[in-house]
Design a protein around this ligand. Structure first.
Ligand code: CA
Ligand code: CA
Ligand code: CA
Length: 496
């Protein structure tokens, strides 16, 4: 019991560190990436695979608020961006294993006015990513997966050409989009799977209320009634991201590829715990010479990174967001003041929500290797203050039907902040952490929440865990209280 309490306390602390965020994960949160959307990381996830407890799945989502109908080019990945997933396995905050993704674009029908056509003009519907049935797939991308370990780069493609899944244009052009989605899952051998493509954005939040100075549907500040807080299956407020797509790279690898000694460890061993983050980078200089190939000059420079959700969004001051985006996690001590004196806590206090007093050392638990996520870490193992999404690979995944949106706070130890799954309601979790639930759940445990409890498009229960892209022709953005969402008790939209 004491251990559970300690873990809950830790979880809360984590949240506070993150205090941030209350509000969106990281969609357009920093000045530079607000202008550079293809390099803008929206969310980063890492968790033990639900159906393969010996593997870890990592999801890097980029390019926010993709309106499904936005043709004719839709949403290719950026060939000039280096997309990376980074893993620290020895508690020093520096990556030891990196997975790199690079995309190449081909225009297969250069005389067409659109990137995608099918079921018209003698061109068959798009039913395949390659070969017969792919004729109408004019704008097509393939990509490489490279692992960097001990300074050595290894291709993981295993001789395969990997195609990214295009956005869902509509039923005439792509009559069986689920099949295209499935064709985008590639088995690379040795327990490695990869997927890249445009998908439904799994993030969920009442963004409009959050940034209207916390003007939530249940009142300013957003405090959930007990019955709503206990309901993980309905939304009580509109999800601003509903019906929008995002570009996603999903990689599943054996835990043995990530740990420091290549072995699987129990939860009590510090070697079971990894620190992860996603990053995007560009060359120092790129000269665009269309239709000739672009010319890149100089080394890669990091544009953005994300470890814990919402850190840059709400914790880091606007004047420091770009610096935070471009720096390495191991240097995050420079931002400690943002963590220890979160502005958002003061906002909560101003509207009558009890908050823990400063300095908020409880929040530092999110930024270092400590119990309860790393019960095997002693005082000498904390490492530097570093915004990494830490995952104890020795903690078994929670079965799909038993997962809780409040994750660790609800006793679901395989959820955020022990890694992060798409189902985890990081807005509610982080808000409560900011208020101080990790310090004292009785005094500072106000059930803060935005009323959006889940992704209305659902979740996958196996790799790649996300849902196919919303349809361009038939897409919509509807939530409780909005036109088109009527006839339901209390205006609650059905979730499926
Ligand atoms: Ca390291
Ligand atoms: Ca969604
Ligand atoms: Ca929520």
């Amino acid at each position: 019991m004491r251990k559970i309490k300690k873990m809950v306390a830790f979880a809360m602390a984590l949240f506070m560190l993150v205090p941030s965020s209350l509000f969106a994960s990281s969609h357009r949160e920093a000045p530079i990436t607000a202008l550079d959307r293809t390099a803008d990381i929206t969310d980063w996830y890492a968790f033990v695979s639900y159906d393969h407890p010996d593997r870890v799945t990592m999801i890097l989502n980029v390019d926010p608020f993709l309106e499904p109908s936005n043709g004719p080019n839709y949403f290719p990945f950026d060939p000039n961006v280096l997309y990376e997933m980074k893993v620290d396995n020895n508690q020093d905050g520096v990556e030891d294993v990196t997975f790199q993704f690079r995309f190449t674009t081909e225009i297969r029908q250069p005389d067409l006015f659109t990137g995608f056509v099918g079921g018209i003009a003698g061109i068959p519907p798009i039913t395949a990513l390659d070969g017969s049935g792919s004729e109408g797939l004019s704008l097509r991308q393939n990509y490489t997966v490279t692992m960097v370990k001990n300074g050595k780069s290894t291709s993981l493609n295993n001789g395969k050409t990997l195609f990214a899944v295009p956005s869902n244009v509509g039923p005439l052009t792509m009559p069986d989009y689920q099949s295209l989605f499935n064709q985008g899952i590639f088995e690379l051998g040795n327990g490695v799977r990869v997927f890249a493509g445009t998908v439904d954005d799994p993030f969920f939040i009442d963004l409009g209320a959050a940034f209207d100075s916390l003007n939530f549907r249940m009142g300013v500040g957003g405090v959930l009634p007990a019955a709503e807080d206990a309901d993980d299956t309905h939304n009580y407020a509109p999800d601003a991201v509903a019906g929008f797509n995002v570009n996603s790279i999903v990689l599943e690898v054996p835990i043995t590829m990530l740990t420091v000694d290549g072995k699987i460890h129990g939860a009590g061993d510090k070697q079971a715990v990894i620190g992860t983050y996603g990053a995007t980078s560009r060359h120092h200089i790129t000269v665009r010479r269309s239709p000739n190939p672009e010319q890149d000059v100089g080394p890669f420079q990091q544009i953005q990174r994300e470890g814990n959700p919402l850190i840059n969004e709400l914790i880091i001051g606007t004047g420091s967001k770009d610096r935070f985006s471009m720096d390495d996690p191991k240097n995050d001590a420079q931002f400690s003041n943002f963590f220890l004196n979160p502005v958002l806590a003061g906002v909560f206090s101003s509207i009558g929500i009890p908050v823990a007093p400063n300095p908020r050392n409880d929040l530092l638990i999110l930024a270092q290797y400590e119990p309860p996520i790393c019960p095997g870490c002693g005082p000498g193992d904390t490492g530097p203050v570093a915004d990494l999404l830490r995952l104890n690979t020795g903690i078994a995944p929670t079965p799909v039907g038993s997962q809780k949106r409040l994750g660790f706070l609800a006793g679901d130890l395989a959820g955020y902040p022990n890694g992060r799954r798409p189902i985890d309601d990081v807005v509610d979790i982080s808000s409560r952490a900011v208020a101080g639930i990790l310090v004292d759940p009785l005094k500072f445990g106000t059930p803060i929440g935005d009323g959006v409890q889940l992704n209305s498009e659902g979740y996958g229960t196996t790799f790649p865990y996300i849902m196919p892209a919303n349809s361009g022709r038939n897409g919509h953005h509807i939530g409780p209280g909005q036109a088109g969402c009527t006839g339901q008790p209390t205006g609650i939209c059905p979730v499926n």
